[in-house]
Design a protein around this ligand. Structure first.
Ligand code: CTP
Ligand SMILES: C[C@](O)(CO)[C@H](O)COP(=O)(O)O
Length: 234
């Protein structure tokens, strides 16, 4: 059962430095549609989501309106805001643009294979625990090394999760965490859960994501994505 206004913040303000190329990766074509289309489509279709805030580069706002939002009829996109230098800056811009949301679903526009099931699991956890972040158990053994690449720890694999998005939070909790972050050193912050963890007074809860919910980061991820697409469309 759905309760409370749910806002999705979809991040598409990155520069795609690791991908390279002329076109930013969120606008690159996958089976004839921009990469960003796929995550927006999932959130647009979800009965959980009331509205979508799209965060993109200030120079890409017009492009997004015309070539993504209007072109594909994403009627839940209520605002498009300019992001910042780093991912956490873009998230903060999105959070500041939220009105009276009770839950926020923060998602990388570069993860096209997000599913309704993942949204449901994250939302249920967020209602119960205040947080629900998607992830998958590591299939590989993970080693923690020091600056000289000497292994200093091998965590038990059944405790090691590879973290994805969406990451879903009670709005007030994550907003408070991000307001606080502005006063501290942001070095090394790579996801939203970390910002909440840093507050030290709230446990972050993990929910199963999906091994296909990959982030398109480097050119080889585009090949994997094309294979997933073929599998999905039969
Ligand atoms: N300043 C930033 C940086 C990233 N992102 C978004 O955050 C998601 C995950 O980031 P990542 O894969 O690192 O994307 P880029 O920052 O574009 O990639 P790179 O680090 O290779 O430049 C992407 O959807 C990206 O558009 C963002 O909105 N604002
Ligand atoms: C938030 C994230 O997608 C979780 O895996 C990831 O940390 C983003 O990292 P990036 O440095 O922006 O690729």
């Amino acid at each position: 059962m759905k309760e409370g206004k749910c806002t999705a913040i979809i991040l598409a303000a990155g520069q795609g430095k690791r991908m390279g190329g002329q076109v930013r990766k969120q606008f690159m074509e996958l089976q004839g549609k921009p990469l960003l289309y796929y995550s927006l489509h999932c959130f647009q279709e979800s009965g959980l989501i009331d509205e979508i805030l799209l965060v993109t580069g200030k120079d890409q706002i017009e492009y997004c309106i015309k070539n993504v939002v209007e072109r594909y009829g994403f009627s839940k996109v209520v605002k498009i805001v300019a992001g910042g230098e780093q991912r956490y800056d873009s998230v903060y811009e999105g959070l500041k643009a939220c009105g009276d949301s009770e839950y926020v679903f923060i998602h990388d526009g570069a993860r096209p294979f997000v599913t309704e099931e993942i949204l449901q699991r994250g939302y249920e956890a967020a209602r119960k625990y205040g947080t629900g972040i998607a992830g998958v158990l590591s299939k590989d053994t993970v080693k923690i090394v020091d600056g000289k690449k000497n292994v200093i720890e091998t965590p038990l694999r059944d405790r090691v999760w590879i973290v994805q998005t969406p990451q879903i939070f009670e709005y007030n909790l994550v907003r408070c965490a991000y307001d606080r972050l502005q006063l501290f050193d942001k070095t090394g912050i790579t996801d939203d859960a970390m910002v909440v963890e840093e507050m030290g007074n709230h446990t972050v809860h993990m929910v199963p994501g999906d091994y296909t919910n990959i982030k398109i980061t480097t050119p080889d991820d585009l090949d994997v994505a094309a294979q997933f697409m073929q599998k999905i469309s039969g």
